[in-house]
Design a protein around this ligand. Structure first.
Ligand SMILES: [Zn+2]
Length: 191
């Protein structure tokens, strides 16, 4: 098969050269309210990859990117932290047979980290794409949390734009007695 990025022959979804150069994660941090949000890429850097989520390549692309970002991140993190860590994805709704966010959280399974799949689901599916901060604030996601209480959680999403969704999720989890350590997203859309 061919590298989805440069089209050279490759046994992997992305060839080694692309993983080392173009797709090399560069972790940035943003603070929204009281939540620290870390992202692996700037949105513009991997925009074409992210847009595959609307195509039949999405599954392969999101799995492959998770393997070079979220997976090494959690493996490194649990080496330096003795707590049992729980992973909660934002709104793991299944669309066309799978959930993009679930592909990201699934890569974070390990001996010391447990994924609580589909534990935080929203009841408002209005699209935020191209909408203002005001609109987002007036149309919250109305999350329901169905996971464990009294645990330490890392929140996962694919993209952070304004951060209102992550902040809302943090509040809902805190009300359920969950300690949100920080959030982790694939891409930060803030330029
Ligand atoms: Zn390549």
């Amino acid at each position: 098969m061919r590298c989805l990025s440069c089209q050279k022959i490759s046994f992997r979804t992305f060839c080694k050269e692309c993983q080392k150069s173009l797709l090399k994660p560069n972790i940035t941090k943003r603070i929204v309210g009281t939540l620290d949000v870390y992202s692996f890429y700037k949105y513009s850097t991997i925009e074409t990859m992210l847009l595959t989520k609307h195509t039949n390549l999405g599954y392969r692309v999101f799995s492959a990117i998770a393997d070079i970002t979220f997976k090494p991140f959690i493996n490194e993190f649990i080496l330096n932290d003795s707590r049992k860590i729980y992973i909660v994805g934002i709104d793991e709704k299944v669309k066309n047979g799978y959930s993009h966010v679930a592909l990201l959280t699934n890569s974070m399974k390990s001996k010391f980290s447990k994924v609580l799949h589909a534990s935080l689901i929203s009841s408002n599916h209005t699209t935020y794409s191209g909408k203002t901060l005001q609109f987002r604030l007036e149309n919250p996601r109305y999350f329901t949390y169905r996971g464990k209480k009294d645990i330490d959680v890392i929140l996962i999403d694919d993209i952070i734009t304004t951060g209102t969704t992550l902040q809302e999720a943090q509040k809902v989890l805190q009300k359920s007695g969950v300690n949100v350590l920080f959030a982790l997203t694939m891409a930060d859309a803030k330029e």
